[in-house]
Design a protein around this ligand. Structure first.
Ligand code: C5P
Length: 237
């Protein structure tokens, strides 16, 4: 499957398609929450971080330097990225026809994504790719600037946070479940460095949209956060 909207329904009025934007720092649980909410509502789901990660992987593969803004923007608009439903219902990310979903989760790729994400040219090149996911019956989009830049007219904007320590712990658990060993103090400093870059970059910094609802998930379960978002959806959608 190509990115939605490339071929079929190009002429729909996208502004009429409801969007739930879920932004927050890495490890806040936004991906898990967004996926669960999309599934409950039968909405499309955009993991915008995966797009930044796949461009990061393409830049590593092609040895495009992290400061080569025009080379990175070219990669962002031309890289052969596809999304395919895998047997277990998950969405697999393909680069040049190869399933790179697992590679994208590597810390090296995440750190590279956060570095290259500081380039305005690259962010612009990814705007259109992200907006194409806005398709009926609705979209749940997770990232850093979903509610502020990509979908400023989203019906519901959530800004999800959690302490850096709990985010590092969750990440260690996630990696362990995948059989990848991880060191908590190394992960904590990676998360803090990534937060610093994401919050402080000049363009599209990670920040809560003025009209967002902030949820601190430090002491909440996934199910509790999902319920909060679905409650909001039942009122606003
Ligand atoms: O969410 P995830 O950790 O997969 O994102 C990887 C990196 O991509 C983030 O640290 C961030 O720098 C960047 N990103 C972004 N804007 C988005 C999504 C991700 O800048 N909407």
């Amino acid at each position: 499957m190509d990115e939605p909207g490339n071929t079929a329904v190009l002429d729909i009025d996208r502004s009429a398609v409801p969007v739930i934007a879920i932004d927050g720092p890495s490890g806040s649980g936004k991906g898990t929450i967004a996926r669960a909410v999309a599934e409950k509502l039968g909405f499309n789901f955009l993991d915008s971080g995966a797009l930044y990660r796949v461009v990061a992987l393409a830049s590593i593969n092609t040895r495009t330097a992290a400061d080569d803004s025009s080379g990175l923007a070219l990669l962002a608009s031309t890289a052969p990225i596809d999304f395919a439903h895998s047997d277990n219902g998950d969405v697999a990310v393909l680069l040049g026809g190869q399933d790179v979903t697992q590679q994208l989760r590597a810390e090296e790729v995440g750190n590279c994504a956060s570095k290259i994400a500081t380039h305005p040219e690259l962010r612009d090149a990814l705007l259109d790719r992200q907006r194409r996911w806005r398709q009926l019956p609705g979209l749940v989009a997770d990232g850093r600037d979903m509610g502020t830049v990509v979908f400023p007219d989203a019906l519901i904007k959530i800004f999800l946070t959690a302490s850096a320590e709990i985010r590092a712990k969750r990440r260690v658990k996630q990696l362990k479940e995948k059989g990848i060993s991880a060191n908590i103090s190394g992960l904590l400093s990676d998360i803090q460095a990534r937060d610093k870059r994401d919050y402080n970059r000049a363009i599209a910094p990670l920040k809560a949209a003025a009209d967002s609802i902030q949820i601190d998930s430090t002491s909440l379960s996934v199910a509790q956060v999902v319920t909060k978002v679905l409650d909001l959806a039942s009122v606003r959608l």
